[in-house]
Design a protein around this ligand. Sequence first.
Ligand code: C5P
Length: 337
Amino acid sequence: MIRYGAALLCRQSDFLYCVIFMDRCVLLAPAKINLYLEIIGDRPDGYHELAMVMQSVDLCDRVTLSRAGTQDIRLKCEHPLVPSDETNLAYRAAELMCQEFSDAYARFGGFKIKIEKNIPVGAGLAGGSGNAAAVLVGINMLWKLGLTSIDLHLLAAKLGSDIPFCVSGGTALATGRGEQVAPLKDVQNYYAVLAKYQSLSVSTPWAYQTYRKQFESTYVREADDLAARQSRVHSGPMVKAISNQRLEQISALLYNDLEKVVLPEHPKVQELKETLARSPQAKGVMMSGSGPTVFALAESQSDADEIVKAVRSALPDDDLGLWVAPFSSTGIRLVEA
Ligand code: C5P
């Protein structure tokens, strides 16, 4: 539910851009999967140089932002694993906006943030990053800051590597530490089956640090070589398959370097991946981000449902969560409840 002081709305594709007075807004933050994740080298800031192809999928958290009436930032989320203090990225996003736009903060005060989780936590699906992106987009609306998507990307990059992508979503190439986002042609009409053991999560810093320990000798060191590797991905077969909208090709080119460290550590995830791959409807199977979620790509909702059925009967475990999510061409979107 969105409450307006005065209304002037214009619709652009699925987004509603609001240039009005609002005291509350509800946003959907979709999950992402990585169709491609290549670790290229080290960075002086301790992060890794990456080349990734990201895809939004329509499994969304719901983020409600309202004015607190005080200078406080208060965050509420019923999920037991989601903190409600400054260790939550969404809280930090609100703090960042209050610091960056101190006049607006002094004038309008703080926020109540309510997060309804549908995206599994600690899953490699950028759930926390999406919540933070929703807070940035929502505050831009509530305070009528008029920030462009470039402004929002720059703010997002201060908080985390995946957050710029989460702002705009769709299908995109992400380079640098992940924060440099170049949109690609939207991949439409396909489905992802997401599979995750609910009690299992993987720490992203652990995954990258372990990768560094094992594969540092393969890292590209020269700046020219680094740029060449990134542009090779940009003009490479995965991006071509995406331009051609060919699921078979995209599926054959799925890639994630972090599988090399996460799968040996978690044999159950390896087994889950193999089980998904055995389903004839699964066009391709890969781990997303630092895992432990694995996904299968499917051509239709009914194929995706068949995959779910096959995995359920092969692995009858109450701890195993399975979701069907269509590919989505949007990032954060404003909704009316
Ligand atoms: O940026 P974000 O907070 O999402 O990153 C989480 C962790 O993942 C970082 O602390 C770092 O250990 C690792 N990481 C990395 N290189 C990247 C992105 C993340 O090493 N490009």
